[in-house]
Design a protein around this ligand. Structure first.
Ligand code: IMP
Length: 178
């Protein structure tokens, strides 16, 4: 079956506004410590993370790194067992860590990733997602920062792909049958 781009679900203006709000929330929550390490999950979260960090103030200790993981399973079902392809460069022990992900769907990937990162003893570990397909959740995951709750439809753009395509779109759009 072939797919094509459908309507816009979230416009670039709405994304930009929400990214600023989330950055402000994160900055307020860091309090006196004023330091945070954002862990972006490749490849989907790359655009979101790089926009997010540029909304944070110069006098804050903001660091970021990326991890690349894949969940075992077929193309549409995530098993939640995560294989690490690319790991963090530095230790996160004693640090305030926020995982940054493009979308939470079943929650299995994030749940497993949280277990992995928790075992490395960060001072705190939070979750920030741009999109939340909450209807599809199979396991409970505490999402600390969420951009938008969306319906159970496949979307692309702003980092999200279908078969590696359409990540570069500025808006988030539906994918529909051709
Ligand atoms: P889960 O929460 O373990 O089910 O998996 C989340 C992952 O599924 C995300 O990181 C995306 O790679 C992928 N995903 C789920 N829904 C979509 C979508 O609508 N568009 C693009 N990728 C999606």
């Amino acid at each position: 079956m072939a797919y094509k781009l459908g309507d816009v679900l979230i416009s670039r203006e709405d994304i930009s506004k929400r990214v600023k709000e989330i950055a402000r929330q994160i900055v307020n929550d860091t309090g006196k410590d004023n330091s945070v390490i954002l862990v972006g999950i490749l490849t989907g979260a790359a655009i979101f993370l790089t926009d997010l960090v540029r909304e944070m103030p110069e006098d804050m200790d903001v660091r970021f790194d990326f991890m690349s993981v894949a969940s075992y399973g077929d193309s549409t079902t995530s098993s939640g067992v995560v294989r690490i392809f690319h790991d963090l460069k530095n230790s996160i022990e004693g640090k305030n860590v926020i995982i940054v992900e493009d979308i939470i769907d079943t929650g299995l990937t994030l749940s497993h990733l949280l277990d992995i990162l928790k075992s490395r003893n960060p001072a705190s570990l939070k979750v920030c997602v741009l999109l939340d397909k909450y209807e599809r959740r199979k396991t409970e995951v505490k999402v600390d920062y969420c951009g938008f709750r969306i319906p159970d439809k496949f979307v692309v753009g702003y980092g999200l792909d279908y078969a590696s395509k359409w990540r570069h779109l500025k808006d988030i759009k539906y994918v529909v049958d051709e």
